[in-house]
Design a protein. Structure first.
Length: 300
C-alpha cells in the first residue's frame, strides 16, 4: 500500500473522523463518576475541553477494520481519552513541563490549582481502568477486557509514558542523540498510539499477526504525529493549535535535530511505513492508510 498523492481528497476521511470524535465527546460525560466537586470541576475542565480525540478515534477506526460495532468498543476508546487527558494534566504541572496553555486555554493547574489538577489526573486514570474492569452492555467479556486494561496500563506505565517523560525531563537544556529522541517520543507519544490501535484489535479478538500489524502501523503513525507537532511549533502555529511551547524550546526536537525539511521528510517516511504495515488488510484498511497521510499534511 503506497502513500496516496498529496492531492488526496480527505473529505470522506474528515467526515468519518468527525463522526467518531463526536461519538467520543457525547459518551465521555456519562462515563464519569462524581465525588468531590473541586476535583470534578478540574476533570470536566480538562477532559471535556474541545479536542481532536485522535487516540480514541484511532481505537474506533481499528475496530471498524475488524468490523467491531462501535457500542462494543466506545467506552474503551473513552478510557483511552481519559488516560491521555490525565497525562496532559500531569505533563503541564510546574514540576514537569510547566505549560501555561493546553487545548487552547489555560492549563488545568493554573485554573484549578496544582492539588486539584493532580487529583483530577488520578481520578481520570482510575476511572479509565474501572471502566475496563466493570465492563458495559454489549461490550467484550472479562478476558478481553483484561487484555484491554493490560494494553492501556503498559502504555501509561514505566515502560511507556513514564519512562518517556522521565527521559524527556532529564534531557532539558541538554544535547541528546537521535536514539534518545526516538526513545522519548516513542514512549511519550507513540506508546498510547500503539495501545489505542491494539485495543481496537483486541476487542475483536484479532489474531496475533493482525494485532502486530496494527501496532506497527500505530507506532509509525505516533512518531509522525509528534514530528508534525514539532513542525507546527517552529512554524509559528502553536497558538493556533492551542499549545504553549515555551518549555519545549529548551528541548531537542525532531526539527532542531534534523531541520524542518529533514523532519518533514522523516514524517513522510513514517507515514509510508505505517501504510506498509497495513498491507495484509488490503483495501479495507484504506481509511487508516489515508489517516497516515492526513496526519503528515497537518504540518503544511
Amino acid at each position: 500500500m503506497s502513500v496516496p498523492a498529496a492531492t488526496t481528497d480527505f473529505a470522506a476521511l474528515e467526515a468519518a473522523l468527525e463522526e467518531k470524535r463526536t461519538a467520543v465527546e457525547a459518551a465521555l460525560p456519562s462515563l464519569l463518576r462524581r465525588g468531590a466537586p473541586e476535583v470534578d470541576a478540574a476533570v470536566d475542565y480538562s477532559l471535556l475541553a474541545p479536542a481532536k480525540r485522535v487516540r480514541p478515534v484511532l481505537t474506533l477506526m481499528v475496530a471498524d477494520l475488524f468490523r467491531v460495532e462501535a457500542r462494543m468498543i466506545l467506552p474503551a476508546a473513552c478510557a483511552v481519552e481519559m488516560a491521555h487527558t490525565a497525562s496532559l494534566i500531569l505533563d503541564d504541572l510546574p514540576c514537569m513541563d510547566d505549560a501555561r496553555l493546553r487545548r487552547g486555554r489555560e492549563s488545568c493547574h493554573r485554573v484549578h490549582g496544582e492539588a486539584n489538577a493532580i487529583l483530577a489526573a488520578f481520578a481520570l486514570l482510575n476511572r479509565a481502568f474501572e471502566l475496563l474492569a466493570d465492563g458495559w452492555p454489549g461490550g467484550p467479556d472479562a478476558t478481553l477486557r483484561t487484555a484491554l486494561g493490560r494494553e492501556l496500563a503498559g502504555a501509561v506505565g514505566t515502560g511507556g509514558m513514564i519512562s518517556g517523560q522521565a527521559r524527556d525531563l532529564s534531557a532539558t537544556d541538554r544535547d541528546i542523540d537521535f536514539a534518545t529522541l526516538e526513545f522519548i517520543h516513542s514512549r511519550k507519544t507513540g506508546a498510547l498510539f500503539v495501545a489505542s490501535a491494539a485495543m481496537g484489535a483486541l476487542a475483536a479478538a484479532a489474531s496475533a499477526s493482525d494485532t502486530a500489524a496494527v501496532k506497527a502501523y500505530a507506532k509509525n503513525l505516533g512518531l509522525a504525529f509528534q514530528i508534525v507537532d514539532d513542525l507546527i511549533d517552529v512554524g509559528g502555529r502553536a497558538a493556533e493549535a492551542g499549545k504553549d511551547v515555551q518549555q519545549d524550546l529548551k528541548k531537542t526536537t525532531f526539527v532542531s535535530f534534523s531541520g524542518a525539511s529533514g523532519a518533514a521528510q522523516l514524517a513522510r517516511e513514517l507515514a509510508q511505513a505505517s501504510q506498509e504495515a497495513l498491507r495484509p488488510f488490503g483495501a479495507r484498511a484504506r481509511a487508516l492508510g489515508e489517516l497516515a497521510l492526513y496526519v503528515v499534511t497537518r504540518g503544511r
